[in-house]
Design a protein around this ligand. Structure first.
Ligand SMILES: [Zn+2]
Length: 529
């Protein structure tokens, strides 16, 4: 009797184990617990928490995750089959798998003869015994056991009989799922499809799929395996993982639910997809990929005037799905190619009603042209554009007045030390505020001084963070001297927005970009309550 329901397709997340093996991904214990909780709330069926045999942090995860009282997800501990020529009950790594006390244990084993002989340096027979003993032992301790057949597709291609013997050994020993792994990530979708369907027809145990993205095919490969009979799909949020990453569960989920008619999430959860993606990036301290399909900020961004015009008539014309289904939204970009349609749609996005024949539209277009000639670029600085529109179409009172600012750089070559100091004087609600702050450069120093000046009046400004900035020298079409464009990206932990400032002077350009960033946040905050 298998523990898993055989016909229901289930999601298996390995962000905390395989995903954590990605370059630059580091999770603390509390990071891992927060992610596990979020994945459970989202409706992921299995959460692989780590490898208890590999480090103490992973081991403590399993004791602490119990106190989270997860609603529905099953926690899986990950390990490998027993060592060669060692009794299973004497294998320390297997013992730790039991001590983790997770309801599910996933063990990886060899199914490619080349690895058995050359890497493990053991015999064909011993490897089969290792699989059988390990699965049986864990089953006898009441665990749901998932067997990951490592390098299965490569193994199957080079020695089909032996690869099948490996998974038969796991099946006979009572495994609840057998997962076919494209460990090196080099297989093609049709190969995965054919092999998966051959395996499905010869096994009674439900089959799962675990793919890597080395050929940029991890998602396609997983979907094809599902179409060919796989009932479990393994992957990571945002495709984190070693080398080029694992199968991205975000894209898998969206495709399954929206394109393949496969329900894998509880009702109403799909629209949290973007939020989940951003949440995990935030914890991992990874900059969200703007081009991420479905959830990236550019996923539904439209720029070309003809596209925007067509979108106004029929949204379907240039969008493969309604962005709201996955919690994303449409963005109309403005810039040189802008026509009146872009302005109308953009204004609508900002909650400003505007008819196409409104004479103010021409004013906006003229202003954009004028600023672009100076070196402004609004395509990647939407918040500055939103403010520009608001100022021209429905003005709002200013939040504070700048009286003066000053930036100086102090060099102490003997100490190899360089610091930027900014002072700011502003007037706010009739009060004069004067602050000084240090930073790594003018943008950083001004940002700190400005926020310090405002924190008394807007305490929530403490959540605001300068995420990134770029300084660029540009040739403006005005002739004369070249200008400097400063681009700033800010976040309050929930939203990310970008602003821009242009001047002949780097300090002024920095100030303009920062001013827009803070003003944008204040405006949104006061309007959304
Ligand atoms: Zn893997």
């Amino acid at each position: 009797m298998h523990t898993a329901a055989t016909n229901q397709l289930v999601l298996y997340d390995t962000t905390l184990r395989d995903g954590a093996q990605g370059e630059d991904i580091h999770f603390s214990l509390s990071d891992k617990l927060r992610i596990a909780k979020r994945l459970d709330e989202f409706g992921i069926a299995y959460i692989e928490g780590g490898w208890p045999g590999s480090n103490p942090k992973d081991f403590s995860f399993f004791s602490q995750v119990k106190s989270l009282n997860l609603k529905q997800a099953k926690i899986a501990a990950f390990g490998s089959t027993r060592k060669a020529m060692l009794a299973v009950e004497e294998d320390q790594q297997i013992r730790l798998l039991l001590e983790a006390q997770s309801p599910v244990v996933t063990i990886v084993g060899k199914s490619w003869l080349l690895h058995v002989l050359e890497v493990l340096r053991t015999s064909e027979k011993e490897n089969l015994a290792m699989i059988r003993d390990s699965v049986q032992f864990l089953k006898s301790h009441g665990r749901e056991v998932i067997f990951d057949a490592e390098h299965f597709f490569d193994g199957y291609k080079s020695n089909k009989e032996y690869a099948l013997q490996c998974i038969k050994a796991a099946e006979e020993a009572g495994a609840d799922f057998i997962v076919l792994c494209d460990t090196n990530g080099g297989s093609l979708p049709w190969e995965i499809g054919q092999i998966t369907s051959e395996v499905c027809s010869s096994c009674k145990v439900p089959i799962g799929i675990h793919t890597h993205n080395d050929g940029e095919l991890a998602v396609a490969n997983a979907l094809w395996a599902i179409k060919s009979g796989a009932r479990q799909v393994q992957g990571t949020i945002n495709g984190y993982g070693e080398r080029t990453g694992n199968c991205n569960l975000i894209s898998v989920i969206a495709n399954l639910e929206l394109k393949m008619g496969q329900k894998v999430l509880p009702d109403g959860k799909l629209k949290e997809l973007r939020e989940l993606s951003l949440f995990v990036d935030e914890i991992a301290n990874v900059r969200p990929n703007p081009k991420a399909p479905f959830v990236g900020r550019s996923a539904f961004a439209h720029k070309g005037g003809t596209h925007v015009n067509a979108l106004q008539k029929l949204l379907r014309s240039y969008e493969h799905i309604d962005p709201a289904l996955v919690g994303n939204h449409r963005r109309i970009l403005v810039g040189e190619l802008s026509g009146k349609s872009n302005i109308v749609l953009k204004a609508k996005e900002l909650g400003i009603a505007l008819e196409e024949n409104n004479p103010n539209i021409q004013r906006v277009l003229n202003k954009i042209k004028e600023l672009e000639a100076k070196g402004y670029e609004f395509e990647s600085a939407e918040a500055s554009f939103a403010l520009l529109l608001r100022k021209l179409l429905s003005p709002y009172p200013s939040f504070f007045h700048l009286l003066e600012y000053h930036v100086s750089i102090r060099q102490l070559p003997s100490k190899n030390y360089k610091v930027c100091e900014a002072t700011i004087k502003i007037s706010i609600h009739g009060e004069r505020v004067y602050t000084v702050a240090e930073g790594d450069g003018p943008v950083h120093a001004l940002d700190r001084a400005l926020r310090e000046a405002l924190v008394k009046f807007y305490p929530a400004i403490g959540q605001l963070r300068l995420e990134d900035y770029k300084v660029r020298i540009i040739d403006s079409t005005e002739g004369t001297a070249s200008s400097i464009r400063v681009w700033v990206e800010s976040t309050d932990g929930k939203e990310i927005w970008s602003t821009v400032g242009v001047s002949h002077d780097i300090v002024e350009a920095s100030w303009l970009a920062l001013f827009d960033s803070i003003e944008y946040w204040l405006l949104k905050k006061t309007e959304n309550g």
